[in-house]
Design a protein. Structure first.
Length: 135
């Protein structure tokens, strides 16, 4: 329940405004409510406290991807991947953003990694098969 989660994380921030993870977890919640300016501010707050906040980077990247801001998404997913080379979610997101910007070679590598890590990922497999047919 996003409403309850929003209420609870905002309460955590009220009690402890220096807890970066509360801001990080609010990013997708704000996005779900269409409060993208709040999501970006939550990201800025989290990163100001912890510039290596993987959760904040990832959530903002997902938001950018959903908003079809593919270059921004790639940049943010790349930051996550630089911090964790095996972050399947970020590699998948980078693959989707690469696909959407026409970089099929990068997308193919990403989807190969995701399929190897998660053979049941039908979406990654669909993107991958589409790329193979284009070659």
């Amino acid at each position: 329940n996003y409403g309850k989660a929003k209420e609870l994380f905002e309460k955590v921030i009220e009690l402890n405004p220096n807890y970066p993870k509360a801001y990080s977890y609010l990013i997708p919640i704000y996005h779900a409510f269409g409060m993208n300016a709040n999501a970006v501010q939550a990201y800025k707050n989290a990163i100001q406290m912890d510039e290596n906040d993987l959760v904040a980077q990832y959530h903002l990247a997902v938001m950018a991807l959903k908003n079809k801001q593919y270059l921004t998404a790639k940049k943010l997913f790349k930051k996550v991947i630089d911090m964790n080379k095996r972050h399947v979610g970020a590699i998948f997101g980078f693959g989707v953003a690469s696909f959407r910007t026409g970089n099929f070679a990068a997308a193919k590598k990403c989807f190969e990694f995701v399929i190897k890590a998660d053979p049941e990922n039908k979406i990654a497999r669909r993107f991958y098969n589409f790329i193979l047919k284009k070659q």
